[in-house]
Design a protein around this ligand. Structure first.
Ligand SMILES: C[S@@+](CC[C@H](N)C(=O)[O-])C[C@H]1O[C@@H](n2cnc3c(N)ncnc32)[C@H](O)[C@@H]1O
Length: 310
């Protein structure tokens, strides 16, 4: 403790000089290498999304991305000086890298795609279920994990399937349905599993749908019963109460919606716990190892423990 206190004593001139150099080094590094890479990637994304660089929309996106990049670079030294740290996401595993190529660098779930992949691979699944697909960002990470594990993957969404052309696509199945009724009714999940010669249980269940309390309660009630004995329940949007989604790279997305703690409240009720979802935390409750990340609207894993440890 005393060492920590010593580090926070008032700055002398040598410290100020060292800080100036640190700012200078950080600024050069960010101006030169890292950030120029990321802003050009954002511009490339605009092109991939069909915004021709020659069109008015393309030009606007280009300047918007450049202005955002410049602002980020200008802020970086001050952020670092005040003790702030930034962490970007990197994907080294080949399937994951290939499947995520073309998805947004910064989105409402971008911080969690690597974790989604690793939690899934760790489970060694035969069947992965995703509830809530939208444009298929999480789907891509889960298809990559399915490929690594030689598993099947099923997505359920009330809306139609997004077009997805990624390696391992043949492992992916899609059902357009309300997820609670599909999980509950005998002619839903159970008969789907029978058709695909699988036991009626999933090893990984990723829930990312309405984010409403009552709906999440129903999802947990139905889908926890479909979880295999060593399976994991994964949730996105377990920290939405500020309406802001701060990412680990220091950027912030405004999601504009306080869902009244809908998802985390349903989890708390299921586990009989009260949590501070704006912190990182771990817990063991009701036979689950619980790990929570507050960044990027929150990501929570409930991993079933083989032996009931409380
Ligand atoms: C936040 S988006 C999912 C994002 C997706 N996981 C991704 O990473 O891109 C929520 C999705 O849940 C779907 N949804 C909402 N209510 C649903 C319900 N009752 N049953 C099934 N899907 C639902 C919506 O149609 C929407 O596509």
């Amino acid at each position: 403790m005393s060492e920590k206190l010593l580090e926070t004593k008032p700055l002398g001139s040598s410290h100020i000089e060292a800080s100036r150099s640190a700012v200078h080094a950080a600024a050069s590094e960010l101006l030169g290498k890292q950030e120029s890479g990321s802003s050009s990637f954002e511009v490339n994304l605009d092109r991939r999304n069909g915004n021709s660089m020659g069109s008015r929309k393309g030009v606007t996106s280009y300047w918007y991305a450049s202005a955002k990049g410049l602002l980020r670079r200008a802020r970086a030294p001050f952020y670092r000086l005040s003790g702030g740290l930034r962490y970007s996401q990197r994907y080294y595993q080949e399937q994951l890298r290939t499947c995520l190529a073309g998805s947004k660098v910064r989105s409402d779930i971008s911080d969690h795609l690597g974790v989604l992949f690793s939690e899934t691979v760790l489970t060694r699944p035969r069947l992965i279920v995703e509830l809530g697909t939208r444009g298929g960002e999480s789907t891509r990470a889960l298809i990559a994990a399915a490929t690594v594990c030689d598993a099947k993957m099923l997505s359920v969404d009330i809306d139609p399937a997004p077009p997805l052309e990624v390696p391992g696509r043949e492992r992916w199945f899609f059902v357009q349905s309300d997820d609670v009724s599909f999980g509950r009714e005998p002619d839903g999940f159970e008969s789907w599993c029978a058709e695909h010669e699988l036991a009626p249980e999933a090893d990984v269940i990723f829930i990312d749908t309405s984010h409403l309390y009552q709906h999440t309660r129903d999802e947990i009630a139905v889908w926890a019963q479909r979880l295999s004995p060593s399976g994991v329940l994964l949730f996105h949007d377990t920290n939405m109460q500020t309406g802001l989604a701060g990412r680990l790279d220091g950027s912030v997305a405004y999601n504009g919606w306080d869902n009244q703690r809908g998802v985390i409240r349903a989890i708390e009720e299921f586990l009989g716990r009260n949590y501070d979802e704006q912190s990182f935390f771990v817990d063991i409750a009701r036979g689950f190892l619980v790990t929570h990340r507050p960044n990027c609207s929150g990501f929570t894993a409930l991993r079933r423990l083989a032996e009931h440890a409380e």
